[in-house]
Each structure stands twice: as structure tokens, then as C-alpha cells.
Ligand binder design. Structure first.
Ligand code: SAM
Length: 501
């Protein structure tokens, strides 16, 4: 896809980062860091993408398919697991604690990147959040020392980042933990040691350790035990002060069967929290990923015929502002929400809304370059009981799409099956065995590699293709993504000839 504002910088000044991603979005994020940041050494694992990039906070903040971004301190193979807790804790402490010079360098990079954050546009969003926390902070403030920077990382937010994993932060430890003692090491002078006041001021950090632990190591040690051990070691080594509620610095330790990772979050809020979205609908990262598949170019006309609150349109219009967008929905309240979102985002001149049913769109045939839609499913939208709706939806989408255009749909597992059975009933006679197993395998492949879309064409699409209703639509990729509690599938099609041929 075309990436506006593509940045390339010298690899000599590049820093190492990792960004968490929702399940299935890792390949999108890997592609995005390469295209947007000119990243190198891109390594995609389940739930994370590691990379090297010479990018400032402004560029990093623009990442659209990631959740939380970290400066990478350490990436190591999984730690050996034994029954000896003491030995294991020692190994973990050695992993995190390096000589002071190493930490000085890392903190200096972190401070440089953080120093710019106040100028970025996430400030207003953080202010909103700060208001919610105001009363909590007021009770706290008397005991606070003066800080060189104000960092408020919220652990509960971080917990949402990776589905299926539990984040246990020191904040949740019972009582005041023993590692809240303030020792000063000679190598790492703390404030007031009298050597170099400005340097000392800079090093007088408060910190907390957020630890996530899964797999074999979690059977031996709890996240609390690891967090506490690392915390004590950092107090001793660096002379920092532990502050579980409002630390300057958060140190993130993630240990599992794939790797051992230590990092520092760069932004207070997840990247996925968009300051321009007033009322959230579909996950913004998934909406952006869908739009990124639609091949939107300057001057293109893009339609979401079931737009709801308009998340897909917002994500697309922010990223590809040279195109024109149309959203339709049958519900007045959804259209009102979409209108509010479009106004908040300042995209009134880019996105048009109309009230219409996807089954009978008042739009000319072959007029759109792309159709992108989050087809309703589940209890919230009860229309899927009407199996007839699925071919009706597709028929209209196919009609309004120009030849060569793309359709990108978000479907539930159930909806995929219904689609398959519908296309079979329609008399395709295709023996492709719907290949749910095959599609799962290929979808799983999509999770583990930085695949490109054309290599991910799956069997399930073939059953679709062979239907007599939708012969003009060629499948062009299936991507399994997580919506938190449920899994979903992004299906992409290209219209290769006029409908009915
Ligand atoms: C899953 S929601 C879309 C959510 C949207 N992506 C968002 O971010 O808010 C599906 C939408 O389809 C709309 N819908 C249901 N039946 C429809 C129909 N026949 N024609 C047009 N829209 C319809 C619902 O009102 C709902 O807003």
C-alpha cells in the first residue's frame, strides 16, 4: 500500500523497540514499521514485533496496528527452568541488572524520546484520563516528592494488551513491599549525594516493575516474586526509589517459553487509543488493518455500507486522506454516533454518511474502488439469523464495486461457515471441502510470518469464488485476527470482471 510520510533514517542512530499487537495483527505491524519507519531487524513473534528504527516519538506515535510501544532493553532466549527458585531469581536479576553504564545509556535514550512526548497530540487524551484520576492523585500528592518527569502508567490498561495473558504488577502486591527501601549505590548517585547536582537530579527516578510471566517459568515463580526480586535489585544497583502508584519509570519484564524481554514503555497510553475517536466501535487496530488491505489510492471512492460508528472510515480517512469516503447504515443512532466521531476527527469534508440498507444501496453500479465492512454478528447484531442476508449483502457490494476494485470484510467463524454453506447450496458443486482445517492452518501461518496478502489465499475463499452468485470476486487473502473475546477473519476479494460473468 501507499504510505504517506514514509520515513527513512540512517541505521547508525537507530534504537531498538518492540511493540505489542493483538493476535493476528503482528504481520500488519511488521509491514507497518518497515514502511512507516524504515525499520530493520524486524522480528515478528506471537503478540509482539521487535524492530530497529531511527524514529522520533512523533513517528513512533503514528503506528496504527500496534498496542503498546516499548524501548527494548533486553531480548533473550527463555531462561532455564529448574526447581531451584533462588537460582532462577538470580538468573532473572542478572538478566535485568547490568552495569550502571548500560542503564545510564538506556535511560538517556528513554529521556530523549520521552522529552518530546509532551509536544505530541496525545496530550489532550492523557489530560482527559488525568481528570478521571484526579481524586486519586489528590489523596496521594502530599507524599509525593518533586519529580523530574511525570509519568503515569496505568497497569490495568497494559493488562488488556495481550489477550489470554495475565499481568501482575507490583502495584497489586499486598501491603508495602520490602523493596521500597532507598539505598544508594556509589556508581549510581541519587539526589542529594552532592557530587553533581544536575546529573543526580536526573538519576533520581522512581520506578516500578511490571512483570508478566507465562509458560514453564510461571509454574515455578509468580509474577509478584519476580517483580519483587527485580525491584530490590534495581533499588540496590541504581539507587532508584520504588513507587508503585505513580512512578517516573516503568520497567516491563516478560518471561515466557518464547523469550525473556525487558523494556520500558514509551507512551503512557496504548497506541491503539486514538485521540481522534470519540466513541469507540470496532477495534481501531483491526479497522486500520482492514483499510490497509483495500489498496486505497489518491482519488479513490471507498464505501462502508454497514459503517456503525464509522471506525473503519475514520481510520482509513486519517491514513489515506486523498480518497473520498462514504458510510451507510440502517440505524439512526449508529449514524448519529458516526457523525459525532467524524466531527470530532475533523473529517467532515472527507466522509459522507447516508441512511440506507446494505440490501438496496441507492448508489450507482461500479462506482466504488473499495468496499470495506465489518459484517454484524453475535448477539449484539441479531441479523445473522437471516441467512439470506449474506448473499444479499455481497450482491450489492459486488454491484457497486468497479472491476479491479477490492472488498475487505470482517467475518465471524460462524459467518464464514454460513457463507460456505450458502455458496454450496447455490449450486457451486465445488468439492473444495471448504477446507476449514486448511484455512485455519494458513491463517495460523499468517500469524507466524510477515506474509504478504497474496500468499495467503485460502481454501475457504475458493468455495466463495466458485459460487454462481459471486463469480466476479476472486479471494485475495484471509487473516485471522482477535477481537478480544472472539476471533474473527478478514477476507479480501478482488472484482475481476463485471458482476454476473
Ligand atoms: C458490526 S456493526 C459495525 C460496527 C462498525 N464497524 C463500528 O466501528 O462502529 C454493524 C452495523 O451494521 C448495521 N446494519 C445492520 N443491518 C443493516 C442493513 N441491512 N443495512 C445497513 N446497515 C445495517 C448495524 O446498524 C451496525 O451499525
Amino acid at each position: 500500500p501507499h504510505w504517506p510520510g514514509l520515513v527513512k533514517m540512517s541505521s547508525a542512530e537507530a534504537g531498538r523497540f518492540f511493540c505489542t499487537a493483538g493476535r493476528g495483527l503482528e504481520p500488519f505491524l511488521a509491514r507497518e514499521v518497515r514502511a512507516r519507519l524504515g525499520a530493520t531487524e524486524v522480528d515478528c513473534v506471537s503478540g509482539k514485533v521487535f524492530f530497529r528504527a531511527a524514529a522520533g516519538p512523533g513517528e513512533l506515535r503514528k503506528l496504527r496496528s500496534g498496542e503498546r510501544l516499548f524501548l527494548l532493553l533486553k531480548k533473550h532466549s527463555p531462561l532455564p527452568v529448574s526447581g531451584n527458585k533462588g537460582k532462577m531469581l538470580h538468573e532473572i536479576k542478572s538478566l535485568v541488572i547490568e552495569e550502571p553504564k548500560y542503564w545510564l545509556d538506556i535511560i538517556s535514550v528513554w529521556r530523549k524520546l520521552r522529552g518530546h512526548e509532551g509536544k505530541t497530540d496525545d496530550v489532550s487524551q492523557e489530560n482527559t484520563l488525568a481528570l478521571k484520576r484526579k481524586s486519586e492523585e489528590e489523596t496521594n500528592i502530599a507524599s509525593k516528592r518533586q519529580k523530574t518527569e511525570q509519568v503515569r502508567a496505568i497497569v490495568s490498561e497494559e493488562c488488556q494488551v495481550e489477550a489470554g495473558e495475565r499481568c501482575v504488577a507490583p502495584e497489586r502486591m499486598s501491603g508495602q513491599e520490602c523493596w521500597i527501601e532507598n539505598k544508594t549505590s556509589s556508581e549510581f548517585p541519587s539526589k542529594g549525594s552532592g557530587e553533581n547536582p544536575s546529573a543526580n537530579e536526573k538519576l533520581s527516578f522512581s520506578f516500578r516493575v511490571s512483570c508478566r510471566c507465562s509458560g514453564a517459568i510461571a509454574k515455578i515463580l509468580t509474577s509478584q516474586e519476580i517483580g519483587r526480586a527485580v525491584g530490590i535489585a534495581l533499588v540496590k544497583q541504581c539507587g532508584w526509589r520504588a513507587d508503585l502508584r505513580d512512578p517516573d519509570l516503568e520497567i516491563f519484564v516478560h518471561l515466557n517459553d518464547i523469550h525473556s524481554v525487558v523494556g520500558i514503555p514509551l507512551f503512557r497510553l496504548p497506541l491503539a487509543n486514538r485521540e481522534y475517536i470519540k466513541t469507540a466501535g470496532l477495534r481501531s487496530t483491526v479497522a486500520w488493518a482492514m483499510a490497509s488491505l483495500a489498496e486505497i489510492s489518491a482519488g479513490a471512492l471507498v464505501l462502508d455500507p454497514m459503517c456503525g460508528l464509522g471506525t473503519i472510515l475514520l481510520e482509513a480517512a486519517k491514513e489515506w486522506p486523498e480518497a473520498c469516503y462514504w458510510g451507510a447504515d440502517i440505524s439512526d443512532s449508529q449514524l448519529e454516533g458516526a457523525d459525532g466521531n467524524i466531527r470530532t476527527a475533523g473529517l467532515m469534508d472527507k466522509i459522507e454518511l447516508l441512511k440506507a440498507s446494505v440490501k438496496a444501496l441507492p448508489l450507482p453500479s461500479e462506482s466504488f474502488d473499495s468496499v470495506i465492512s465489518d459484517i454484524p454478528f453475535g448477539k449484539k447484531f441479531k441479523i445473522t439469523n437471516d441467512a439470506q442476508l449474506l448473499p444479499d449483502i455481497l450482491q450489492e457490494m459486488e454491484r457497486v464495486l468497479r472491476v479491479g476494485g477490492t472488498i475487505v470484510l470482517l467475518l465471524s467463524q460462524d459467518l464464514r461457515k454460513r457463507m460456505d454453506s450458502l455458496t454450496k447450496c447455490a449450486g457451486s458443486g465445488s468439492p473444495e471441502a471448504t477446507a476449514d482445517g486448511d484455512s485455519e492452518a494458513a491463517a495460523a501461518k499468517a500469524l507466524s510470518v510477515d506474509g504478504n496478502s497474496s500468499s495467503l489465499v485460502l481454501g475457504v475463499g475458493e468455495s466463495f469464488l466458485s459460487s454462481r452468485h459471486f463469480g466476479s470476486l476472486v479471494p485475495d487473502g484471509v487473516y485471522a485476527v482477535s477481537l478480544g473475546k472472539t476471533d474473527a477473519f478478514i477476507h479480501k476479494y478482488r472484482k475481476v470482471c463485471a458482476a454476473g460473468n
